[in-house]
Design a protein around this ligand. Sequence first.
Ligand SMILES: [Zn+2]
Length: 249
Amino acid sequence: MGGRYAQTPCHPNGQPHAPGLMPPTISSEAPSARHRQSHASASRRQAAPAPETPNEAAARIFYDLMEAAGHPSCYHCIHDLKIESRRQVAGSHGAVFSQYAHGLKPQIPTSLPSVPGLITIPFTPKFVTGQTLHGVSLAEILDFRDVLDDPRERVLDNSLNKIFLTIEHPGYPPVVKQISGNCPHRPVSRFNLAFSIAEAYHTYFTGNQFNPTQVPPNSPVVRSVTQIRLVNLYTMDRTNFRAHVAYVF
Ligand SMILES: [Zn+2]
């Protein structure tokens, strides 16, 4: 295996091919960078305060949101606020993942298991003229791009609280991760569910060692969230879920 897109391309600025959840650097066009340059001589004597990184900005916004919400203790509600803080930072610092957006690259859907009683939650892409899209790009979801149909719709039964997502890809160990679902305070939205799945996949690819000897011959090699489109979430028992995806190589 080793097609051109078997591994996520390196960004021209030299960033590693598996990008962090937030941009590691701020564009040189950013006001803070200009500010830093204009004080270059002063900084020789006294170090200028480092500009706030996107992660720091997200943390600051998150604590403000927690405060405004009265410091909820519910995991699901807290996760919503984390997503909201990320949304605000993405809006002010620009896209990170969408540089890998899939455009007209071939999208290769996997098959949804054909078993009676399968429950599916679809992630239908917004219509784009002239394109056949399979699901939504996890890269674009992480950048809060407006690519998902009915993003605010509730998607799980009221009874559903715990969702366990199994992720399994050639060369990586299988992992089961709990992600945020409904809680008594609000139903999870389709977008936030997609975001939690994208986050889980990002952590999966960045937090586990890739082992090429564990890749069976002729299996697709996926090494980054930027190569995956989410088509459906599916389950047999309403607790243990897997993602039905399409690959982009
Ligand atoms: Zn809650």
